[in-house]
Design a protein around this ligand. Sequence first.
Ligand SMILES: [Zn+2]
Length: 61
Amino acid sequence: MADLKALCMKCRDANNKPTMQTMTNPKVEEKNGRYSAKGQCAVCGGNQFKFMSKADAEAMK
Ligand SMILES: [Zn+2]
């Protein structure tokens, strides 16, 4: 499985901006025809959320 990366609101850089971190335990969800993934940040364990294309969502199954 390819690494899924999402912005982590807790892992911030020197400019206090959220940074891209690897998502662990991603769970793909479909809602109203839109796909998203929920998981935890590999660095801090905080919750992450990301919208995905259908192709990306299918690839996660
Ligand atoms: Zn984090």
